[in-house]
Design a protein around this ligand. Structure first.
Ligand SMILES: [Zn+2]
Length: 258
């Protein structure tokens, strides 16, 4: 079974003690390629240095809405500069992580929207897919995406929306990222939604070190858990783990042009 982890934060200090061993273990389990996402200016170089150390790691750079108060206008300029310098590099795979977070009420929505649109424009300009964080903000994200009409679309990471929202994203060309959240038995609403998703719209992810799956509760999440996540989600979708692995790998390859 070959899997791609389409969303990780493997540069985080959580992995400093055993990163190489964990990469080796994940590869042995079939998780060969992994995407590492930048979330603020101060981790971009760390992300790039990490992916440069391993030919099967890929980088995305973005300004995550949860860190809104840390981002400065100059960061957007630096993001554009970084994308310009790295344009065409095989290990630059997307713009992200960015998006809208309406769950945390302290985050100014107008400033989030401005930053969201600026990064959508960068994804369009550099013809890269967008890896999006969407929390309690599907209506605003969908309305914005309808205006931007990104040619390469991207991934709605950790999708937990409704059937209707899924349909809108799919119409816009987006894939839906599934990871630890729907492995929990109490995620009944989400189970119903993912049971109906077209197989060609699904990609797997862990969001390591976050979003621990039900099989490894209260632990640091890691790409080595992706095969177990695949095996837990496949029956909900009434398919075999092999089918889900093959489809999600093909879908991720389509998003990233691999
Ligand atoms: Zn993330």
């Amino acid at each position: 079974m070959e899997l791609i982890d389409s969303h990780t934060h493997l540069d985080f200090p959580d992995f400093d003690a055993d990163r190489q061993a964990l990469l080796a273990k994940s590869r042995a389990l079939g998780v060969k390629r992994m995407v590492v996402l930048g979330v603020y200016q101060r981790n971009w170089q760390r992300v790039w240095d990490l992916v440069q150390s391993d030919a099967h790691l890929y980088a995305a750079f973005g300004l995550h809405p949860v860190y809104l108060d840390e981002h400065r206008p100059a960061d957007l300029t630096e993001l554009a500069g970084r994308l310009t310098r790295l344009a065409g590099h095989r290990q630059l795979c997307a713009v992200g992580e960015f998006g809208l977070d309406y769950f945390l009420e302290t985050l100014d929505r107008e400033r989030q929207q401005t930053l969201f649109e600026a990064q959508l424009q960068l994804a369009a300009d550099f013809q890269l897919p967008a890896l999006l964080h969407v929390r309690r903000s599907h209506a605003a994200v969908i309305a914005t995406l309808k205006r931007f009409k990104l040619k390469r679309a991207g991934i709605i990471h950790a999708f937990a929306g409704s059937r209707e929202e899924a349909r809108e994203y799919i119409k816009l060309g987006f894939k839906l990222g599934l990871g630890g959240a729907p492995t929990w038995p109490q995620a009944l609403r989400l189970h119903k939604v993912i049971a109906d998703l077209p197989l060609e719209s699904v990609v797997l992810e862990t969001d390591s070190p976050d979003m621990a799956p039900a099989m490894y509760p209260n632990q640091r999440n890691s790409p080595a858990h992706l095969p177990a996540i695949c095996s837990a989600l496949a029956p909900i979708m009434a398919i075999s783990p092999e089918q889900l692995a093959a489809a999600s790998t093909a879908n991720a390859c389509e998003v990233f042009n691999w």
